[in-house]
Ligand binder design. Sequence first.
Ligand SMILES: [Zn+2]
Ligand SMILES: [Zn+2]
Length: 266
Amino acid sequence: MEKEKMRKSNKIGLFFKKCGQSFMNLLFPEDIKCLFCGSDIPNFDDKPYCDECEKVLPFNDGHRCLICDEPIDNEANVCDSCQKNKRFFVKAFCPFVYKGLVRKAILNYKDKNKRYMAKSFAKFIANTVTKTGIKFDYISFVPMTKKKEKERSFNQSKLLAKELGKLLELEVKEVFEKTKDGRLQKNSTFKERQENIVGMYKLKDGVKLKNSDVVLIVDDIITTCATINYCSGLIVNKVAGVYVAAIARNKLRIVKDNKSDPLVPF
Ligand SMILES: [Zn+2]
Ligand SMILES: [Zn+2]
């Protein structure tokens, strides 16, 4: 009788264990699959993508702007936009160019609610940032309006910042608040975008900043720098230094045909 009871309880235990495993796999499927194409890979922790994807991944490792990390086609060290416009951040770090597989993966992460991808994206950013040797005091992120965050159910930049915070062992601080949404025209100039953005973001009430702080602001994609530049500008005179990081750098261009990637609205 006792034996029968034991057998039954073991069976029940096993059943729950199995359920737990499937549940965990649902939550963390990244442990086994390529981040970009979903195929099986041998060791996710070493490399979260397969050999085939590796061949075509758009790493942002070519000649690029010393300030905003945008790929540059000519010999200049600083891009036209950074030469013409004042930057309030010292430097941007973006491990990828926003195109191809990376663009697809980021859209999946944001729009299809694949939150587990944040951890891997954060690893790429962490590798890039760690190489610089800069010591940050904390991480912040580009906020969403409460309405937008509710619609999407999560803020992709906040989640990235949290995962990055775990990897770099840094606190994540909510420094900014987005007070209103606004759509910006694809073809608007940097100046127009910068003007449109005034009043969209502000410092969060009660946030305390020290003039010795070195801050890293996280966003998902950097396109025109207008958003991160504006947020950087809100704190630049109150802290020691502002740096920014994103998964990918979108090369700014005027969209003239439908085949191009559309510029990402803020
Ligand atoms: Zn792959
Ligand atoms: Zn630049």
